[in-house]
Ligand binder design. Sequence first.
Ligand code: CA
Length: 443
Amino acid sequence: MLDFTHDPAAQSWVASAQLPGCDFTLQNLPLGVFVPEGRDPHPRGGIAIGDQVIDLARLAASGLLAEPAAAACRVAADSTLNAFMAMGKQSWRALRHGVFHLLSSQADGRTQEQMRACMLPLRQADMKMPVDVRNYTDFYTSLHHAVNVGRVMGRENPLTRNFQWLPIAYHGRASSVVLSGTGFRRPNGQSATAERAAPAFGPCRRLDFELEMGFFVGPGTQLGEPLPLAQARDRIFGMCLLNDWSARDHQFWEMDPLGPFLGKNFCTSISPWIVSMEALAPYRVAFDRPAGDPQPLPYLQDAADRESGSLDVHLEVCLQSRRHRAQNLPGDRLTATSFRHQYWTIAQMLAQHTVGGCDLRSGDLVGTGTISGPTQDQAGALVELSRGGTLAVSLPGTGETRTFLEDGDSVSIKGWCEKPGFARIGFGECRGEVLPALDFGVA
Ligand code: CA
Protein backbone atom coordinates (compact mmCIF):
# COMPACT_ATOMS: atom_id res chain seq x y z
CA MET A 1 0.00 0.00 0.00
CA LEU A 2 2.93 2.32 0.65
CA ASP A 3 5.30 3.49 -2.09
CA PHE A 4 7.94 6.15 -2.83
CA THR A 5 5.35 8.95 -2.37
CA HIS A 6 5.20 8.07 1.34
CA ASP A 7 8.98 8.27 1.86
CA PRO A 8 9.47 10.79 4.71
CA ALA A 9 12.91 11.69 3.35
CA ALA A 10 11.46 12.91 0.04
CA GLN A 11 11.55 16.70 -0.23
CA SER A 12 10.14 19.23 -2.65
CA TRP A 13 11.93 22.11 -4.33
CA VAL A 14 8.94 24.19 -3.13
CA ALA A 15 10.67 25.45 0.03
CA SER A 16 7.47 26.22 2.01
CA ALA A 17 6.48 22.53 1.84
CA GLN A 18 9.38 21.73 4.19
CA LEU A 19 8.46 24.24 6.91
CA PRO A 20 7.60 22.68 10.30
CA GLY A 21 3.86 22.26 10.75
CA CYS A 22 3.14 22.51 7.01
CA ASP A 23 -0.09 20.68 6.10
CA PHE A 24 0.52 20.50 2.36
CA THR A 25 3.76 18.51 2.17
CA LEU A 26 5.06 16.61 -0.86
CA GLN A 27 3.61 13.40 0.63
CA ASN A 28 0.11 14.94 0.84
CA LEU A 29 -0.87 16.56 -2.52
CA PRO A 30 -4.54 17.32 -1.65
CA LEU A 31 -6.98 18.31 -4.39
CA GLY A 32 -9.35 21.26 -4.49
CA VAL A 33 -11.07 23.62 -6.94
CA PHE A 34 -10.23 27.31 -7.22
CA VAL A 35 -10.39 30.47 -9.30
CA PRO A 36 -7.15 32.41 -9.75
CA GLU A 37 -7.85 35.84 -8.25
CA GLY A 38 -8.18 38.59 -10.82
CA ARG A 39 -7.54 36.26 -13.74
CA ASP A 40 -9.64 33.76 -15.68
CA PRO A 41 -12.89 33.38 -13.66
CA HIS A 42 -13.36 29.72 -14.65
CA PRO A 43 -13.00 27.30 -11.69
CA ARG A 44 -10.41 24.58 -12.17
CA GLY A 45 -8.83 21.77 -10.19
CA GLY A 46 -5.72 22.41 -8.13
CA ILE A 47 -3.20 20.58 -5.97
CA ALA A 48 -1.79 22.32 -2.90
CA ILE A 49 1.95 22.18 -2.12
CA GLY A 50 3.40 24.30 0.69
CA ASP A 51 1.95 27.80 0.28
CA GLN A 52 1.37 27.29 -3.45
CA VAL A 53 -1.33 25.76 -5.64
CA ILE A 54 -0.79 23.96 -8.93
CA ASP A 55 -3.27 25.02 -11.60
CA LEU A 56 -4.17 21.64 -13.12
CA ALA A 57 -5.56 23.25 -16.30
CA ARG A 58 -2.14 24.77 -16.91
CA LEU A 59 -0.36 21.61 -15.93
CA ALA A 60 -2.52 19.59 -18.33
CA ALA A 61 -1.60 21.98 -21.15
CA SER A 62 2.10 22.06 -20.27
CA GLY A 63 3.03 18.65 -21.62
CA LEU A 64 4.98 17.95 -18.41
CA LEU A 65 3.00 14.81 -17.56
CA ALA A 66 3.19 11.53 -19.49
CA GLU A 67 0.19 9.23 -19.94
CA PRO A 68 -1.77 8.03 -18.03
CA ALA A 69 -1.10 10.89 -15.58
CA ALA A 70 -1.77 13.46 -18.31
CA ALA A 71 -5.26 12.05 -18.99
CA ALA A 72 -6.04 12.06 -15.26
CA CYS A 73 -4.82 15.66 -14.99
CA ARG A 74 -7.08 16.82 -17.86
CA VAL A 75 -10.09 15.41 -16.01
CA ALA A 76 -8.98 16.70 -12.57
CA ALA A 77 -8.67 20.19 -14.13
CA ASP A 78 -12.47 20.28 -14.55
CA SER A 79 -14.60 22.81 -12.58
CA THR A 80 -15.53 20.03 -10.12
CA LEU A 81 -13.69 16.86 -9.12
CA ASN A 82 -16.68 14.54 -9.74
CA ALA A 83 -15.38 13.17 -13.08
CA PHE A 84 -11.90 12.66 -11.65
CA MET A 85 -13.37 10.81 -8.66
CA ALA A 86 -15.27 8.56 -11.11
CA MET A 87 -11.99 7.54 -12.83
CA GLY A 88 -10.89 5.31 -9.97
CA LYS A 89 -7.76 4.29 -8.16
CA GLN A 90 -5.40 3.75 -11.11
CA SER A 91 -5.97 7.27 -12.42
CA TRP A 92 -5.78 8.86 -8.95
CA ARG A 93 -2.46 7.12 -8.36
CA ALA A 94 -1.11 8.06 -11.82
CA LEU A 95 -1.72 11.77 -11.17
CA ARG A 96 -0.26 11.56 -7.65
CA HIS A 97 2.89 9.82 -8.91
CA GLY A 98 3.30 12.20 -11.87
CA VAL A 99 2.90 15.37 -9.78
CA PHE A 100 5.14 13.96 -7.04
CA HIS A 101 8.02 13.55 -9.55
CA LEU A 102 7.54 17.09 -10.90
CA LEU A 103 7.59 18.60 -7.38
CA SER A 104 10.38 16.44 -6.00
CA SER A 105 13.76 18.02 -5.29
CA GLN A 106 15.08 15.45 -7.79
CA ALA A 107 13.31 17.33 -10.64
CA ASP A 108 15.75 19.18 -12.91
CA GLY A 109 15.96 22.97 -13.16
CA ARG A 110 14.05 23.18 -16.46
CA THR A 111 11.16 21.10 -15.04
CA GLN A 112 11.02 23.30 -11.94
CA GLU A 113 10.89 26.41 -14.10
CA GLN A 114 8.04 24.98 -16.20
CA MET A 115 6.19 23.90 -13.03
CA ARG A 116 6.52 27.39 -11.54
CA ALA A 117 4.64 28.68 -14.57
CA CYS A 118 1.74 26.35 -13.59
CA MET A 119 1.60 27.56 -9.96
CA LEU A 120 0.36 30.52 -7.96
CA PRO A 121 0.40 31.44 -4.24
CA LEU A 122 -2.47 29.91 -2.27
CA ARG A 123 -3.45 33.37 -1.04
CA GLN A 124 -4.27 34.30 -4.67
CA ALA A 125 -6.54 31.26 -5.05
CA ASP A 126 -10.23 31.85 -4.40
CA MET A 127 -11.36 28.39 -3.25
CA LYS A 128 -14.64 26.97 -4.60
CA MET A 129 -16.71 23.88 -3.78
CA PRO A 130 -14.46 21.00 -4.85
CA VAL A 131 -17.33 18.68 -5.73
CA ASP A 132 -20.87 18.98 -7.03
CA VAL A 133 -22.40 17.22 -4.01
CA ARG A 134 -25.56 15.53 -5.23
CA ASN A 135 -26.09 13.30 -2.20
CA TYR A 136 -25.07 13.79 1.40
CA THR A 137 -25.43 11.12 4.08
CA ASP A 138 -24.49 11.67 7.71
CA PHE A 139 -23.52 8.74 9.93
CA TYR A 140 -23.50 8.46 13.73
CA THR A 141 -20.52 6.26 14.52
CA SER A 142 -18.88 7.54 17.71
CA LEU A 143 -19.90 5.43 20.68
CA HIS A 144 -18.70 8.13 23.08
CA HIS A 145 -20.82 10.78 21.29
CA ALA A 146 -23.85 8.49 21.25
CA VAL A 147 -23.53 7.80 24.99
CA ASN A 148 -22.98 11.49 25.84
CA VAL A 149 -26.01 12.60 23.78
CA GLY A 150 -28.14 9.75 25.12
CA ARG A 151 -27.39 10.96 28.66
CA VAL A 152 -28.28 14.57 27.76
CA MET A 153 -31.59 13.32 26.32
CA GLY A 154 -32.27 11.57 29.63
CA ARG A 155 -32.39 8.06 28.21
CA GLU A 156 -32.21 5.28 30.78
CA ASN A 157 -29.93 3.35 28.44
CA PRO A 158 -27.90 6.11 26.75
CA LEU A 159 -26.76 3.81 23.93
CA THR A 160 -29.59 2.67 21.65
CA ARG A 161 -29.79 -1.10 21.12
CA ASN A 162 -28.87 -0.90 17.41
CA PHE A 163 -25.68 1.15 17.81
CA GLN A 164 -23.24 -1.74 18.22
CA TRP A 165 -24.85 -3.71 15.38
CA LEU A 166 -24.95 -1.25 12.50
CA PRO A 167 -23.50 2.12 11.52
CA ILE A 168 -26.54 4.41 12.01
CA ALA A 169 -27.14 7.26 9.52
CA TYR A 170 -29.73 9.59 8.02
CA HIS A 171 -29.96 11.08 4.55
CA GLY A 172 -28.80 14.70 4.84
CA ARG A 173 -29.36 17.73 2.66
CA ALA A 174 -26.83 18.20 -0.19
CA SER A 175 -28.00 21.70 -1.23
CA SER A 176 -26.88 23.34 2.01
CA VAL A 177 -23.35 21.89 2.05
CA VAL A 178 -21.10 24.97 1.87
CA LEU A 179 -17.41 25.70 1.62
CA SER A 180 -15.35 26.68 4.65
CA GLY A 181 -15.48 30.43 5.20
CA THR A 182 -19.19 30.75 4.37
CA GLY A 183 -21.21 32.38 7.14
CA PHE A 184 -24.77 31.24 7.87
CA ARG A 185 -27.74 32.69 9.70
CA ARG A 186 -28.84 31.25 13.01
CA PRO A 187 -31.89 29.21 12.01
CA ASN A 188 -35.45 29.92 13.10
CA GLY A 189 -37.73 27.06 14.02
CA GLN A 190 -39.87 25.35 16.64
CA SER A 191 -38.66 24.27 20.02
CA ALA A 192 -40.53 22.84 22.98
CA THR A 193 -40.09 23.40 26.69
CA ALA A 194 -41.44 21.37 29.56
CA GLU A 195 -43.20 24.44 31.02
CA ARG A 196 -45.28 25.42 27.96
CA ALA A 197 -48.00 23.35 26.32
CA ALA A 198 -47.28 24.77 22.84
CA PRO A 199 -43.87 24.95 21.17
CA ALA A 200 -42.17 28.32 20.73
CA PHE A 201 -41.09 29.68 17.36
CA GLY A 202 -37.92 31.70 17.01
CA PRO A 203 -34.16 31.73 16.62
CA CYS A 204 -32.36 28.58 17.73
CA ARG A 205 -31.16 28.94 21.33
CA ARG A 206 -29.04 25.79 21.35
CA LEU A 207 -26.87 26.22 18.28
CA ASP A 208 -24.00 23.74 18.12
CA PHE A 209 -21.13 22.54 15.95
CA GLU A 210 -20.31 18.89 15.27
CA LEU A 211 -16.70 17.87 14.70
CA GLU A 212 -16.80 15.43 11.80
CA MET A 213 -14.84 14.24 8.83
CA GLY A 214 -16.38 13.75 5.40
CA PHE A 215 -15.42 11.33 2.66
CA PHE A 216 -16.19 11.31 -1.05
CA VAL A 217 -17.36 8.38 -3.16
CA GLY A 218 -15.14 7.51 -6.14
CA PRO A 219 -16.61 5.20 -8.80
CA GLY A 220 -20.35 4.85 -8.16
CA THR A 221 -22.50 1.74 -7.88
CA GLN A 222 -25.63 0.54 -9.68
CA LEU A 223 -29.08 0.57 -8.11
CA GLY A 224 -29.68 -2.84 -6.52
CA GLU A 225 -25.94 -3.63 -6.36
CA PRO A 226 -24.58 -3.99 -2.80
CA LEU A 227 -20.94 -3.00 -2.36
CA PRO A 228 -19.08 -5.75 -0.45
CA LEU A 229 -17.00 -4.46 2.44
CA ALA A 230 -13.80 -5.86 0.86
CA GLN A 231 -14.38 -3.60 -2.17
CA ALA A 232 -15.60 -0.53 -0.34
CA ARG A 233 -12.13 0.83 0.45
CA ASP A 234 -11.28 1.26 -3.25
CA ARG A 235 -14.48 3.26 -3.82
CA ILE A 236 -13.45 6.05 -1.44
CA PHE A 237 -11.52 8.89 -3.03
CA GLY A 238 -10.47 10.94 -0.02
CA MET A 239 -11.48 12.87 3.06
CA CYS A 240 -12.13 16.43 4.25
CA LEU A 241 -13.04 18.17 7.50
CA LEU A 242 -16.77 18.65 8.07
CA ASN A 243 -18.85 20.67 10.52
CA ASP A 244 -22.43 19.46 10.81
CA TRP A 245 -23.95 22.58 12.41
CA SER A 246 -26.89 21.58 14.58
CA ALA A 247 -29.87 23.38 16.12
CA ARG A 248 -30.31 21.20 19.21
CA ASP A 249 -33.59 22.68 20.48
CA HIS A 250 -35.22 22.30 17.05
CA GLN A 251 -33.64 18.88 16.53
CA PHE A 252 -34.76 17.32 19.82
CA TRP A 253 -38.36 18.54 19.31
CA GLU A 254 -38.73 17.46 15.67
CA MET A 255 -36.92 14.11 15.48
CA ASP A 256 -39.53 12.11 17.33
CA PRO A 257 -40.31 9.65 15.68
CA LEU A 258 -38.41 10.38 12.42
CA GLY A 259 -34.85 11.59 11.89
CA PRO A 260 -33.28 15.06 11.96
CA PHE A 261 -34.79 17.68 9.62
CA LEU A 262 -34.50 21.46 10.22
CA GLY A 263 -32.16 20.84 13.14
CA LYS A 264 -29.54 19.76 10.60
CA ASN A 265 -30.44 21.06 7.15
CA PHE A 266 -29.56 24.78 7.37
CA CYS A 267 -25.80 24.43 6.85
CA THR A 268 -23.00 21.88 6.66
CA SER A 269 -19.45 23.20 6.15
CA ILE A 270 -16.59 21.33 4.47
CA SER A 271 -12.89 22.17 4.12
CA PRO A 272 -11.72 23.09 0.58
CA TRP A 273 -8.90 20.52 0.28
CA ILE A 274 -9.55 16.80 -0.09
CA VAL A 275 -6.77 14.53 1.18
CA SER A 276 -6.65 11.31 -0.84
CA MET A 277 -6.87 7.88 0.78
CA GLU A 278 -3.50 7.25 -0.85
CA ALA A 279 -1.93 10.09 1.17
CA LEU A 280 -3.66 8.80 4.33
CA ALA A 281 -2.36 5.23 3.87
CA PRO A 282 0.49 5.48 6.44
CA TYR A 283 -2.02 6.54 9.06
CA ARG A 284 -4.29 3.51 8.82
CA VAL A 285 -4.66 1.66 12.11
CA ALA A 286 -6.42 -1.52 13.24
CA PHE A 287 -10.17 -1.39 13.79
CA ASP A 288 -10.37 -1.97 17.51
CA ARG A 289 -13.53 -3.37 19.16
CA PRO A 290 -13.57 -3.46 22.96
CA ALA A 291 -13.57 -7.02 24.32
CA GLY A 292 -17.06 -8.27 25.07
CA ASP A 293 -18.78 -6.05 22.48
CA PRO A 294 -20.88 -7.79 19.81
CA GLN A 295 -18.91 -8.80 16.73
CA PRO A 296 -20.12 -7.22 13.49
CA LEU A 297 -22.40 -9.37 11.31
CA PRO A 298 -20.53 -11.13 8.47
CA TYR A 299 -21.31 -8.48 5.81
CA LEU A 300 -19.65 -5.89 8.08
CA GLN A 301 -16.53 -8.00 8.68
CA ASP A 302 -13.40 -8.10 6.54
CA ALA A 303 -9.83 -9.12 7.49
CA ALA A 304 -8.16 -6.14 5.77
CA ASP A 305 -10.67 -3.71 7.26
CA ARG A 306 -10.06 -5.14 10.71
CA GLU A 307 -6.31 -4.84 10.22
CA SER A 308 -6.22 -1.27 8.90
CA GLY A 309 -9.72 0.14 8.49
CA SER A 310 -9.42 2.95 11.05
CA LEU A 311 -7.48 6.18 10.60
CA ASP A 312 -5.44 8.12 13.13
CA VAL A 313 -6.26 11.74 12.28
CA HIS A 314 -5.69 14.36 14.99
CA LEU A 315 -8.56 16.81 15.16
CA GLU A 316 -9.16 19.97 17.09
CA VAL A 317 -11.83 22.65 17.30
CA CYS A 318 -11.27 26.32 18.15
CA LEU A 319 -13.87 28.98 18.88
CA GLN A 320 -13.13 32.62 18.06
CA SER A 321 -15.75 35.02 19.42
CA ARG A 322 -16.34 38.65 18.45
CA ARG A 323 -14.41 39.58 21.56
CA HIS A 324 -11.44 37.44 20.49
CA ARG A 325 -11.43 39.19 17.12
CA ALA A 326 -11.72 42.65 18.71
CA GLN A 327 -8.66 41.81 20.85
CA ASN A 328 -6.82 40.23 17.89
CA LEU A 329 -6.82 36.82 19.61
CA PRO A 330 -6.85 33.58 17.61
CA GLY A 331 -9.58 31.93 19.70
CA ASP A 332 -9.62 29.14 22.28
CA ARG A 333 -9.42 25.41 21.75
CA LEU A 334 -12.64 23.65 22.76
CA THR A 335 -11.66 20.05 22.15
CA ALA A 336 -9.03 17.73 20.64
CA THR A 337 -9.33 14.05 19.72
CA SER A 338 -8.52 11.48 17.03
CA PHE A 339 -10.70 9.90 14.35
CA ARG A 340 -9.33 6.48 15.40
CA HIS A 341 -11.87 6.23 18.26
CA GLN A 342 -14.87 5.78 15.89
CA TYR A 343 -16.84 2.58 16.45
CA TRP A 344 -17.29 1.87 12.71
CA THR A 345 -14.87 2.30 9.78
CA ILE A 346 -15.59 4.36 6.67
CA ALA A 347 -15.59 1.16 4.56
CA GLN A 348 -18.23 -0.34 6.87
CA MET A 349 -20.29 2.84 6.41
CA LEU A 350 -20.29 2.39 2.60
CA ALA A 351 -21.05 -1.34 2.87
CA GLN A 352 -23.99 -0.54 5.17
CA HIS A 353 -25.18 2.28 2.87
CA THR A 354 -25.46 -0.04 -0.15
CA VAL A 355 -26.40 -3.39 1.41
CA GLY A 356 -30.11 -2.84 0.74
CA GLY A 357 -29.47 -1.80 -2.88
CA CYS A 358 -29.09 2.00 -2.61
CA ASP A 359 -26.75 3.25 -5.36
CA LEU A 360 -23.85 5.67 -4.89
CA ARG A 361 -22.78 8.42 -7.28
CA SER A 362 -19.26 9.75 -7.79
CA GLY A 363 -18.77 12.75 -5.53
CA ASP A 364 -21.43 11.74 -3.01
CA LEU A 365 -20.47 13.12 0.40
CA VAL A 366 -20.62 10.95 3.50
CA GLY A 367 -20.23 12.43 6.98
CA THR A 368 -18.67 10.17 9.60
CA GLY A 369 -20.83 11.47 12.43
CA THR A 370 -19.58 13.52 15.37
CA ILE A 371 -16.12 12.46 16.46
CA SER A 372 -15.87 12.26 20.26
CA GLY A 373 -13.03 10.56 22.09
CA PRO A 374 -13.34 8.59 25.33
CA THR A 375 -12.90 11.51 27.75
CA GLN A 376 -15.05 14.59 28.36
CA ASP A 377 -12.40 16.99 26.97
CA GLN A 378 -12.39 14.99 23.70
CA ALA A 379 -16.09 15.54 22.99
CA GLY A 380 -16.92 16.76 19.48
CA ALA A 381 -19.92 19.03 20.18
CA LEU A 382 -20.95 21.70 22.69
CA VAL A 383 -24.02 19.71 23.76
CA GLU A 384 -21.54 17.19 25.20
CA LEU A 385 -18.88 19.63 26.44
CA SER A 386 -21.56 21.64 28.30
CA ARG A 387 -23.53 18.52 29.32
CA GLY A 388 -26.68 19.66 27.63
CA GLY A 389 -26.13 23.31 28.52
CA THR A 390 -25.72 22.78 32.27
CA LEU A 391 -21.94 23.35 32.43
CA ALA A 392 -20.30 26.57 31.24
CA VAL A 393 -17.35 25.96 28.92
CA SER A 394 -14.72 28.62 29.52
CA LEU A 395 -12.86 30.56 26.85
CA PRO A 396 -9.69 31.52 28.74
CA GLY A 397 -8.52 34.00 26.08
CA THR A 398 -11.36 36.46 26.74
CA GLY A 399 -12.80 35.16 30.02
CA GLU A 400 -16.12 34.41 28.28
CA THR A 401 -18.08 31.19 28.67
CA ARG A 402 -20.34 29.20 26.37
CA THR A 403 -22.97 26.55 26.68
CA PHE A 404 -24.01 26.92 23.02
CA LEU A 405 -22.86 29.19 20.16
CA GLU A 406 -23.53 32.93 20.12
CA ASP A 407 -23.84 35.25 17.12
CA GLY A 408 -20.44 36.21 15.78
CA ASP A 409 -18.80 32.98 16.98
CA SER A 410 -16.47 31.52 14.39
CA VAL A 411 -15.71 27.81 14.74
CA SER A 412 -12.61 26.33 13.15
CA ILE A 413 -11.79 22.63 12.74
CA LYS A 414 -8.24 21.55 11.96
CA GLY A 415 -6.97 18.06 11.21
CA TRP A 416 -3.59 16.48 10.56
CA CYS A 417 -1.67 13.21 10.73
CA GLU A 418 1.82 12.70 12.09
CA LYS A 419 3.88 9.88 13.53
CA PRO A 420 7.56 8.95 13.68
CA GLY A 421 8.91 7.63 10.38
CA PHE A 422 6.36 9.44 8.22
CA ALA A 423 5.85 12.92 6.87
CA ARG A 424 3.16 15.10 8.41
CA ILE A 425 0.10 15.68 6.23
CA GLY A 426 -2.77 18.01 7.06
CA PHE A 427 -6.27 18.97 5.96
CA GLY A 428 -6.03 22.74 6.42
CA GLU A 429 -9.09 24.28 8.04
CA CYS A 430 -12.89 24.17 8.01
CA ARG A 431 -14.30 27.44 9.35
CA GLY A 432 -17.75 28.98 9.62
CA GLU A 433 -19.30 31.96 11.40
CA VAL A 434 -22.71 32.28 13.04
CA LEU A 435 -24.65 35.31 11.73
CA PRO A 436 -27.73 36.71 13.51
CA ALA A 437 -31.09 35.09 12.75
CA LEU A 438 -33.58 36.63 10.34
CA ASP A 439 -36.15 38.62 12.29
CA PHE A 440 -39.63 37.17 11.69
CA GLY A 441 -41.19 39.87 13.82
CA VAL A 442 -42.71 37.31 16.19
CA ALA A 443 -41.89 36.47 19.76
CA1 CA B 1 -23.81 14.84 12.51
